[in-house]
Design a binder for this molecule. Structure first.
Ligand SMILES: [Fe+2]
Length: 348
């Protein structure tokens, strides 16, 4: 086995922080997804939500980094905390390897060492977790009014996808590769009839999450350009929550306002011929409009996408059965499915 290039000692994601002009709306989304509202950062209006290994921070401060971020982007993911063995050391090495330090305390809402990431969001380095304790125990206090809700089976963040300006995908890929030791795992050139995009998937050196990066092709208001306009810059387009039982998670989401993308019925005419080894109830997959994909025999993944949920950002929910892909088979299947429909209607 080749030696893993992990210069910062990265071991996973500790938290994702949200900036928003509408905290009540974000609170409702988190609650709908099964996150319990538990704590707040001592002395600041930064609220901690949790479900299994996923920790969210909702920053409601009126001033500071997150508030400024919300002013320029609307609802957004303004920072993440990444687990490392030694936070100060990781920060020093990251800066040495070319990352831009966020040293001005006015530009940070949290006291952990941080560098600038995509779209000038922050990446904090966190070294208190597991056997060493927890920042949520040390630096946060229980809310007087907690809201503990039923878990909906979401275990951790599987991947988070970035949208960037045309011609900058390589630069951003090199940032993740050069500073952190991410590795390229997939390269896609996805063509619709009118629009196209390039996507480049990177896996973290710890193997616990991935960062796909998208850029649009041509000037035709493709979905990436539309995002960049609305968000006012590059940033996180979607987060994917991993579940071991997507049907069960969706059953629990049924009574909420979370809306998922509609899939044409014809999708299900062929998908189970393509992936016959799906173990789940096929009718339930169809009822929930779940997408199915497979890289090889007896491996598959199930996935579903919400409609845009906050600003131009959406959530994916994914279940993996020995499949490390991103559902690339669905791009083409969806496209072909739409074309068959167009043919049926005599449009093409
Ligand atoms: Fe995804």
């Amino acid at each position: 086995m080749s030696e893993v290039n992990n210069p910062l000692g990265l071991v996973g994601i500790e938290f994702t922080e949200y900036a928003t002009p509408d905290a009540d709306y974000m609170d409702k989304i988190f609650t709908d997804f099964g996150f319990s509202k538990l704590k707040k950062f001592k002395g600041k209006d930064i609220v901690h939500y949790n479900q299994n290994e996923i920790h969210f921070l909702l920053n409601n401060e009126r001033g500071g980094f997150s508030a400024e971020f919300a002013k320029s982007h609307g609802p957004a993911i303004c920072s993440m905390g990444w687990r490392v063995e030694d936070a100060q050391k990781a920060f020093d090495i990251a800066v040495e390897r070319g990352a831009k330090p966020a040293t001005d305390s006015a530009n940070k809402d949290l006291p952990y060492p941080a560098i600038y990431g995509i779209g000038d969001s922050l990446i904090y380095f966190i070294d208190v977790f597991g056997d060493k304790g927890s920042i949520f125990e040390n630096d946060f206090e229980d809310l007087e009014e907690q809201n503990i809700v039923e878990d909906k089976g979401f275990i951790r963040i599987d991947h988070l996808t970035n949208n960037v300006y045309k011609g900058t995908m390589e630069t951003w890929a090199n940032f993740y590769k050069g500073v952190f030791g991410f590795e390229e795992v997939r390269y896609f050139d996805i063509k619709g009839q009118k629009t196209a995009l390039l996507s480049y998937a990177l896996k973290s050196p710890c193997g616990t999450f991935s960062i796909p990066i998208n850029e649009g092709k041509d000037d035709n208001n493709n979905q990436i350009d539309e995002y960049l306009d609305e968000y006012n810059g590059p940033g996180v387009q979607h987060l994917a929550f991993l579940t071991n039982d997507l049907v069960g998670s969706l059953d629990k989401l049924d009574k909420t306002n979370i809306a998922t993308l509609d899939i044409v019925d014809h999708y299900y005419d062929t998908i189970f011929d393509r992936v016959p080894w799906v173990a789940e109830d096929k009718q339930k997959i169809k009822d929930h409009q779940i997408l199915v994909d497979s890289q090889s025999e007896n491996c598959y993944l199930l996935q579903i996408f919400t409609k845009n949920l906050f600003g131009p950002i959406f959530i994916e929910m994914i279940q993996r059965v020995d499949d490390g892909g991103f559902g690339e088979g669905n791009f083409q299947a969806l496209f072909e499915s739409i074309e068959r429909d167009q043919e049926r209607r005599g449009v093409i």
